[in-house]
Design a protein around this ligand. Sequence first.
Ligand code: NDP
Length: 463
Amino acid sequence: MTAFDYDLFVIGGGSGGVRSARLAAALGKKVAIAEEFRYGGTCVIRGCVPKKLYVYASQFAEHFEDAFGFGWSVGESRFDWKKLVAAKEQEITRLEGLYRKGLANAGAEILDTRAELVGPNEVRLSATGKTVTAERIVIAVGGHPSPHDALPGHEFCITSNEAFDLDKLPKSILIAGGGYIAVEFANIFHGLGVETTLIYRGKEILSRFDQDLRRGLHAAMEEKGIRILCEDIVQSVSTGPDGRRIAATMKHGEIVVGQVMLALGRVPNTKGLGLEKAGVQTDERGAVVVDAYSRTTAPSIFALGDVTDRVQLTPVAIHEAMCFIETEYKNNPTSPDHDLIATAVFSQPEIGTVGMAEDEAARRFAELEVYRTEFRPMKATLSGRKEKMIMKLLVNAADRKVVGAHILGHDAGEMAQLLGISLKAGCTKDDFDRTMAVHPTAAEELVTMYQPSYRLRKGERVE
Ligand code: NDP
């Protein structure tokens, strides 16, 4: 019999929190979980899930156009933003219900309240003012879009939090940032008929991705009609008499738009959480500092997911939660494996990627083979759409291992998931070559690139 109210108290009902609470409860532990907003967290409520639904919504205009080349005549089409928002709302509410049901079925106590730490084993519940105790506490409170306080007029801007539920679609939008969110939303808004400009401080969008994909996506987005301003920043934002936003940029003068959206990274939700009282250390960005087993500096407290700022991705938070359960409740010390995480950017065209980008691989390996192909996908032949797919495999010449796989084009995210398995398993280029193609697919290119397009020796291109 434990001396605490709970064996485990989880703060935060997102991907990582719900998984750890549900698994611990299913093991017979006495578990409570507290969430101040909506169960499902960023991913379900205002991230991955609604984003993907909006991506689908934004693709129909092109589908209607493409249909013509295949013999279809599509009548006049019209888009209703409010209908989309309502449909999205219905779906995320359904998912939220499933999260709650999973927790309840496992036997976890579901609390709808903010919870703050008051000690290494104590949590205060804001809704009741009550303090409860727990043998172990998991902090899985996630993060929020950076409000970029340093920007004069940032209060006139929206972030991805608001973008999903705007009262009406603006006629035009300026999106600041060049990462996942900026790029995905630029394509969503453009697809829904909003005149879209993206402004990014760096030389090329998506700084952590392979150069070829970055350039390819940039060109494809511009071809669609999205304006991309690189090496520029927004210096201030104000509101004009007509309610439109006036963004003063460093190099491109004033840009007047219906909305300005900031997509400048996400910040851990650690403010006011009582971390100091519990002896939990944070880093300079406010992220909870953890060791390889998600242990914080307080022995009874663990942290996982975005609040730790390791890799801000839903599957990573879930994996970290499962490792926590193995380590703490199954006597099987397991540290999360953050190597070779496959990821997708749901831009249009999509990016799917796993492993090192060419620049990084060229620095790492004495000799690198680059297999690269760029082609027009089959559907684009009849649709007449000017669209190219790029596929790239990077191979360490010394042991033939594939160390990076990068795709730009339709279904790239789906392909990245499977490539993730191959790279994780340590497949060599010879394994790819031995694999029979699936025909006719775009993915067959991945197993039919027999000769390297070029090599890099000590980082220098040699052929
Ligand atoms: P990212 O880290 O991807 O991008 C942030 C962008 O903001 C970068 O382009 C960065 O530039 C720029 N930036 C940061 N600070 C400033 C500044 N002070 N002035 C100007 N520009 C600045 O963050 P996001 O907000 O797009 O997304 C957050 C995280 O959420 C992602 O890292 C990702 O892990 C996750 N996510 C995943 C998705 C998916 O899996 N498909 C979709 C959406 C989000 P620079 O590159 O030069 O640093």
